[in-house]
Every structure is written in C-alpha cells, then in structure tokens.
Design a protein. Sequence first.
Length: 504
Amino acid sequence: MPQVALWDVFEFELEGTDLPNPFIDASLSAVFSLGNRKVIAKGFYDGDRTWRIRFMPDTEGEWRFVTESNQPELNGSEGSFVCGPARPGFHGPVRVRNQFHFAHADGTPYFPFGTTCYAWTHQPLSMQDQTLDTLRHTRFNKIRMGVFPKHYIYNDNEPLMPMFEVGDDGKEDFDRPNLSAFRHLDAQVSKLREMGVEADIILFHPYDRWGYCAMGEERDTRYLRYVVARLSAYSNVWWSLANEYDFLLDAKPVEYWDRLFHVVEECDPNRHVKSIHNGNPSMNFDHRKPWVDHVCIQNWDVKRTATWRDTWGKPVINDEPEYEGDIPRPWGNISAQELVNRFWITVMRGGYAGHGEAFMHPEDLLWWAKGGVLRGESWKRIGFLRDLLEQDVKRGLTPYTPANSRGEFNRVSGAHDGGVRYLYFGEHQPREWAVGLPMEDGDYDIDLIDTWEMTITPLEKAPLPVSPALRGHLGVVHNAEPEAAFGIRLPGKPWQAVRVRTRK
C-alpha cells in the first residue's frame, strides 16, 4: 500500500480517452475517506489522455478513495494509501490562530516575513534558479507571486511561455491551459515548499497585455478550478484573489470578486488562507467577510496598523508598505532604513509587513518584478526581526494601542506576549524612558536592540525620568501615578528598541 507523509502530496493518475476539449468536456473528482470522514478533491487534465488527482492528507491513518466522473473510464476507480508522520521540519499548512496571528497545522507559530517577486516564474530558467538560491540565504518565509506574467514598467519582457495554448491565429485559447506552463508552476511551488517558503499565489492582476484579466466569468471560473486542483495539495499555498483588485473593478465588480472567492472555497479541500489586495489605499476590500481569512493591504501609513486590526478583527499583513529602491515612483524608492523602520512599527502594532526591492538596473532586473539577486540592505535587518520574534513570542504580539494604553503609543510603538514586551522608538531618540515598562518591580532581563546595527546590549534599571506626568500641575507633585516601576537610559539616537523579559 502506498505510504505518504502527513501534509505531503498523494497523487494518482488515470487514463482517459480522447475528447474534443478535455479541459471542458470531462469532470473528475475523488472522495477520500478516513473512518466516517469524507473529503472531496478535484482532478485535472494533464495531457496525453492523463488525468490526475492530488490530495494532501491532514490526518494519519489509512485513507481510501473512489473517483467520480462524467466519463465512464474515469468513474469508480478505487484505491487506498497510508498516511504516516510528517517529515522532519514540515509543520503543515498555515492557519489563522489567536485571531490576529498565524500558526501551522501542528500548532507551530508562523510569523509571515514575506517578499514580493511578481513574475519570477516567467523569467529565464537561470534567473529562476538564482531567485531560489537567493531565498535560501535570506530569512523570508513567504513570497508573493503571480500565476500570470506581468506587463508593467521594468517588467515588459516576454514571459518564459504562454499560460494557454496558442492557436493557428497566434492568440491564446483561454479554454486550453498550456500544460508546460502549469507544470512549471507546480514545480516551483514544490521547490518553495521544500525550502520552507509559503507561496502566496496571486490569481489575477491588472497589469496585462495578454487578456488574462478580461477572460469573462465562465473562463475565470474554469481557470480557478484548474489552478486550485493543481496546487491546493501543496501545504505551502496561500490564495490571493488579486493584486490591486480595485484597478479591475470595471470588469470585476465587488460581487464578482465574492463569487471568485467562493469558487476557490468550493475547490480547495484544504482551506488554504485567502486574501485580496488593494491598489489605492482608500479602496480596501471589506475584509470582514467570512471568506476572507486575513487582511492584505498596501499602505505606507503603518502607524495605523493597530486600527486596521481593530476595524477588521483579523490578522493584518501590509504586503506593500512601499519598497526599498531608487526608481522614479514613490512606492519604490524608500531607503532600507525606512523600510526596516516600517517593519518594526507594523510588527510592534500587532501586524505583519512585506518586503520588496526596486533598484534601477540597466537590464531591468528588479527583484520586486523578476527576482534574481537582492541589492539592498533591508532584508538582513528584516531577518533579524524575524529571529527575535521566533525566539521570544509564542502566541503573537498584542500592541499597546491608543485604545488601551497611554497616548505615547500614538507616536512610539510597543507590544507584549506573555513574559516579553517590546518598545520601539522609531524616529524618536529619548535618553530616558519609562512608559510601557513594567508597573511592578521584579527580576527582568532588559536589552537595548539597535534595529539597524542588529546588536543586542543588556540594560540596567535606572531611576524614573522626571516628566510632566510625575511633576503634576505647575511643578507641584500631587501623588501622580508613576509611569512604571523603574526607568531606563538610552543612547539618544533613533531606530532603537527595548526588550523586557521576565526571568523564570
């Protein structure tokens, strides 16, 4: 009996007959059962009269299956396999946990530290290998990537191959997926999985010269069913319905996007997390809808992160807080130091952020568009932040937001989880501080973190600073409530953070 590890891919194939268009003329699914539980997985055509069904088992034990099809030769096939323990280092698909955070299926916390390479799978193969090698040497654990190629500034080269078969008229036939292109997408998603990188799959986008964003609802639906059937068994898949959905509202109004969400839900037995991304910062989707699992936005005003959490009640990933680079577009020319600053602000206000890099290049080899190699400096510091969180945080950071703390946290940022708390001062450069430190004296490990130099230096407790909150009215103390049990002394320069951990 075949053996499959937990959360790996079980795949079997069937041979059918020749059909005028097998992508349309035949339907195939399989009912997988384990005890009284039943799960339906969709099948797909993979050329040469071959049909495949992929399934990701999420429970150990002996699974049985039987196929269902409108074609007699594909209907009623039966089989079984045994699902054993997960491979070392594999923790299963990512789910929402603790309302505002994420964890793998086995409970291992997952903190998204992603990057964007929209069209990396459409570049020459040598450059794609370079992208994967670059990722291996970073701490990014998620990558935003499109199914379709992209036509935009610095990204107008011909893709590696068309996504649909090209007819005698030279046009792509949207009723016939190009199997070579989709097999290649499968392979790259699988490589990312082996590296521990989540593939945030963008299903539609507006930057298009091939007609992919205007195929019509019937073809959009058929395409979604096909790509979900091919990819949903990979444990590292996320679904992003669109990059900048609002730039397609003339062809796909909001209710249309809702229907597309439902198609993905219907076809994905593994319930991978789903989101949708805005272009204009004022055009956020209604992320409160139950078919949206987390908030995916682009917005440079990262100090609003805690407000976004409160508004939508879901995890917030600001995948575009603007990019490190030097191109003549404001979204792609902030400094590395500023992008690191925005990461820290976002994380310390209870959300997550995404990286991108857009440095001008004589051959238009920009990471944000095509992958390749990183030329900036923010990625190292972003990895340092990820390491800190994975060392200290168990459930997810809860911010000291304006709604539940002193007004200082409108300006500086802070968050806590269990026995650890962080304060991040950003552009502020105090030499003394107390707000946000423990209100009760005790045994604490206190560290100064230089977010740019990536250094950690122990700090000692210091007397409380003299401040208006302690002086009272007109300089006369009236038993004002202390800001904390003790103070700390700081170097008086920006981009510093403080970590306080309760000694066990």
